[in-house]
Design a protein around this ligand. Structure first.
Ligand SMILES: *[C@@H]1O[C@H](CO)[C@@H](O)[C@H](O)[C@H]1NC(C)=O
Ligand SMILES: *[C@@H]1O[C@H](CO)[C@@H](O)[C@H](O)[C@H]1NC(C)=O
Ligand SMILES: *[C@@H]1O[C@H](CO)[C@@H](O)[C@H](O)[C@H]1NC(C)=O
Ligand SMILES: *[C@@H]1O[C@H](CO)[C@@H](O)[C@H](O)[C@H]1NC(C)=O
Ligand SMILES: *[C@@H]1O[C@H](CO)[C@@H](O)[C@H](O)[C@H]1NC(C)=O
Ligand SMILES: *[C@@H]1O[C@H](CO)[C@@H](O)[C@H](O)[C@H]1NC(C)=O
Ligand SMILES: *[C@@H]1O[C@H](CO)[C@@H](O)[C@H](O)[C@H]1NC(C)=O
Ligand SMILES: *[C@@H]1O[C@H](CO)[C@@H](O)[C@H](O)[C@H]1NC(C)=O
Ligand SMILES: *[C@@H]1O[C@H](CO)[C@@H](O)[C@H](O)[C@H]1NC(C)=O
Ligand SMILES: *[C@@H]1O[C@H](CO)[C@@H](O)[C@H](O)[C@H]1NC(C)=O
Length: 445
């Protein structure tokens, strides 16, 4: 289902001032400079949510140590409301699922935030959002969500009214809720609701969504299979440039529960690591989509990899890793089972590399350092392995990750370690057009 209500616990990370010029025009309204980390009820519970389940998962975030590594938002998805609005026009919290009321819940989760709404008549599970005056209810709803103690709104795209009512394109639809949120913040002096756009059905959200919200979905819903993960990586490999501070490509859940949707095959340990690494280094929001009472130690330790999380939450560099070589397929080929394999990006502490073995057997993965635009020629680099948490020596000119497991990932941080030794090989690591001052091409060039 393309829709989610997000309940965000805002033990909100403080946001720091930009330390560099933003490279993309994003909505810098003070919230969600960095990708949101948290939990979402949809994959584990669907419409079967309850305040007890939400509270239990919120407490599990704390007891499992997830809150302490950054997962502070608790997001409720669809099906939180009664089918009808109140006589005065407000959304009414489901009495069966949230008998103590939303404020009770948000108080208990202590600045847990929640919200879900939709830009159409109904939510995706057909819970009415706007039955009477579709065009005027956004202000009312934004106010109610704020009054309920929510600080994050996932705004979906189901149940779209007929054209003769809406007379707007997707931009206008989302602009209305964004305007309501901005106005509310101005009127109340409270921080704006974080706006998570779930504008599926529009293939180019990166062209417009960052004017209105802090993240936008880039694909359909994830399911728990390797094919779904590679397909999402492939699609996002072409739009990595759209993510930066205050605006993020949202690749959908991490650790999505396989039990709620039939046919999902589940994923292996290596695949789960690849999933988490790609989402984190591509600066996606990281929303855990599984029943935390049933999570395995293995998946828990993957979600808690603090060296990977630190890059997702990098306070100095907001950009994503991007492919520098596709690998098995020629560069720029879109292939949903065999996406780009060789990626790099900048970070606060050095250049990050991500290698994905898309083959179903182990493989050595080799790259020349200067294939990455962020590496300086003629320098050597200290190599840190972000999964084994070890210093792996010094790379000169190139690096080979040996026997990367099937569907496995390697994540490295390379930091400058000074000039390379004098006898490091040919005069240029990349010989093409390598030339002596006297006008002679280097041998082999
Ligand atoms: C919801 O509203 C509709 C239309 O006003 C009405 O027919 C229906 O009985 C209401 N349902 C409930 C559960 O109140
Ligand atoms: C919240 O609801 C629970 C259960 O109904 C109740 O025990 C508690 O007193 C309520 N808390 C507040 C702050 O209303
Ligand atoms: C999971 O996603 C993949 C890739 O989008 C798709 O091919 C597959 O049919 C989906 N499986 C299920 C059970 O929805
Ligand atoms: C980890 O979670 C994935 C879903 O993301 C699931 O397919 C897999 O079975 C889980 N692994 C373990 C060891 O529980
Ligand atoms: C969550 O997991 C716990 C422990 O395995 C189980 O008792 C509970 O029924 C699960 N909840 C859902 C909604 O699957
Ligand atoms: C950079 O290194 C410092 C010191 O080890 C660490 O605290 C910080 O999280 C790192 N930043 C990133 C983005 O990895
Ligand atoms: C995707 O790439 C793999 C590896 O090159 C290839 O075998 C497969 O045929 C490609 N799939 C499509 C749909 O082109
Ligand atoms: C990798 O770099 C080393 C120098 O560290 C060099 O001797 C070797 O030839 C390079 N390998 C390849 C395949 O370029
Ligand atoms: C880094 O070193 C560790 C410990 O020796 C090893 O397990 C790991 O495979 C190495 N990483 C790479 C990418 O070679
Ligand atoms: C240019 O310099 C290279 C060594 O750097 C030398 O081998 C070559 O003979 C020189 N060529 C000329 C035309 O001087």
């Amino acid at each position: 289902m393309g829709s989610f209500v997000l309940l965000l616990a805002s033990i909100l990370a403080s946001w720091t001032l930009l330390s560099r010029e933003p490279r993309v025009h994003a909505l810098e309204d003070g919230v969600a400079k960095l990708p949101v980390l948290g939990y979402n009820t949809w994959n584990a519970y669907g419409c079967g949510i309850s305040e007890a389940a939400v509270l239990s998962d919120a407490h599990m975030l704390v007891s499992l140590g997830l809150r302490d590594v950054g997962y502070t938002h608790v997001n409720i998805d669809d099906c939180y409301a009664e089918k009808n609005r109140s006589a005065s026009g407000d959304i009414v919290a489901s009495a069966a699922r949230f008998p103590s009321g939303m404020n009770n819940l948000t108080d208990q989760i202590h600045a847990l935030n929640m919200c879900y709404s939709d830009s159409g008549w109904y939510t995706c599970a057909h819970y009415p959002v706007t039955p009477h005056s579709f065009l005027t209810l956004h202000d009312r709803d934004a106010k109610l969500f704020q009054d309920w103690g929510f600080d994050y709104l996932k705004f979906d795209n189901c149940a779209i009214p007929y054209d003769d009512i809406i007379r707007q394109g997707i931009v206008g639809k989302y602009e209305r809720i964004a305007t309501a949120i901005a106005q509310l913040a101005q009127d109340t002096g409270k921080p704006p609701l974080i706006l998570s756009l779930c504008e599926w059905g529009n293939e180019q959200p990166w062209l417009w969504a960052k004017r209105f919200g802090q993240s936008w979905r880039t694909t359909g819903d994830i399911n728990t299979s390797w094919g779904s993960i590679t397909s999402i990586i492939n699609q996002n490999s072409f739009i990595t440039w759209a993510s930066d501070f205050f605006g993020h490509n949202d690749m959908d859940m991490v650790c999505a529960d396989p039990s709620t949707s039939s046919g999902n095959s589940g994923i292996t340990h290596e695949e789960a690591k690849t999933h988490f690494t790609a989402w984190a280094l591509m600066k996606s929001p990281l929303l855990i989509g599984t029943n935390l009472s049933a999570i395995s130690q293995d998946n828990l330790s993957i979600l808690k990899n603090q060296e990977i999380l630190a890059i997702n939450q990098d306070p100095v560099v907001g950009t994503s890793v991007s492919p520098f070589r596709w690998g098995i397929n020629p560069n720029w080929v879109s292939n949903s089972t065999h996406p780009a394999q060789y990626w790099s990006g900048e970070s606060q502490n050095g250049t990050v590399f991500m290698l994905i073995n898309t083959l179903s057997k182990p493989a050595d993965m080799f790259f020349s350092l200067t294939e990455s635009p962020w590496i300086r020629a003629g320098r050597q680099y200290a190599v840190r392995d972000l999964w084994t948490h070890t210093d792996n020596g010094t790379a000169i000119r190139n690096f080979t990750a040996k026997a990367v497991p099937a569907h496995g990932v390697v994540a490295l941080l390379l930091t400058d370690a000074g000039d390379e030794p004098p006898s490091s090989g040919p005069p240029c690591a990349v010989l093409q057009w390598c030339m002596d001052k006297n006008g002679t091409l280097a041998p082999g060039a």
